[in-house]
Design a protein around this ligand. Structure first.
Ligand code: SF4
Ligand code: SF4
Length: 214
């Protein structure tokens, strides 16, 4: 197996996507006069799934900067999180369990948090490859504050930036995305599984392998 690692150029592209999304978020939040200030909730307990090796690798860039003991603590918390989610799902409930990376209300890897963590809150739209447009009404508080929001209301158009993320994912995976296991994971699963790794491409020799005998 080989670890999936973002090149410097890929890192810059991902960080630029995040930056542009956050600018869009700020534009919409400003237009709605919406902010998280005073919110009684913390949406880090939302049961989000994440879908790219790119973000999985980026998250682990943040985790690997922590000392080993801290990493192990977070992985232990992630295991406890998954056990709790399993119980909730078995009871037919959507899990609402605090993210293992949230400590005292703050994100332990704030600089490396994922796209959903950066964009949850205000309304957004996304057009899928099959042409269907999905509308996200925003977090519960946004929905409470703006009951009358409609398609013409300010919202983040995520499609152009998600398209860039999909292109980056393809590049990271050598255009073999369709051949690889799909990512559909919580942050806790990403922690427990460790950094993303893929089988070596067919025919690629392991570094340091003994030469084949004739
Ligand atoms: S990664 Fe950070 S911001 Fe995202 S849900 Fe977890 S604690 Fe919250
Ligand atoms: S995004 Fe919404 S639910 Fe989450 S902290 Fe902000 S206001 Fe609260």
């Amino acid at each position: 197996m080989r670890e999936v690692v973002l090149s410097e150029q890929q890192l810059r592209e991902l960080e630029d996507i995040y930056e542009k999304l956050q600018q869009e978020y700020a534009r919409v939040a400003g237009a709605l006069d919406f902010s998280c200030s005073g919110c009684p909730d913390n949406c880090c307990d939302s049961h989000f799934l994440h879908h790219t090796y790119t973000e999985w690798a980026y998250l682990w860039r943040g985790i690997s900067q922590l000392v080993s003991e801290r990493q192990q603590q977070l992985i232990a918390r992630a295991k406890a999180y998954l056990a709790q989610c399993t119980e909730e799902l078995a009871a037919g409930r959507r899990p609402q369990v605090m993210c293992p990376l949230n400590k005292d209300g703050l994100c332990v890897v704030y600089e490396h948090r994922l796209l959903v963590c950066r964009t949850h809150g205000v309304p957004a739209t996304m057009t899928r490859p099959d042409g269907q447009t999905l509308c996200f009404p925003g977090c519960f508080r946004c929905q409470e504050m703006f009951e009358s929001l409609n398609e013409q209301s300010p919202h983040v158009a995520r499609t152009p930036l998600l398209t860039r993320l999909a292109l980056l994912e393809n590049e990271l995976l050598d255009n073999k995305r369709h051949l690889l296991p799909r990512v559909k994971m919580t942050i806790a699963e990403m922690l427990v599984q460790g950094p993303p790794a893929l089988p070596r491409p067919y025919g690629e020799k392991k570094t340091g392998a003994s030469p084949e005998k004739k």
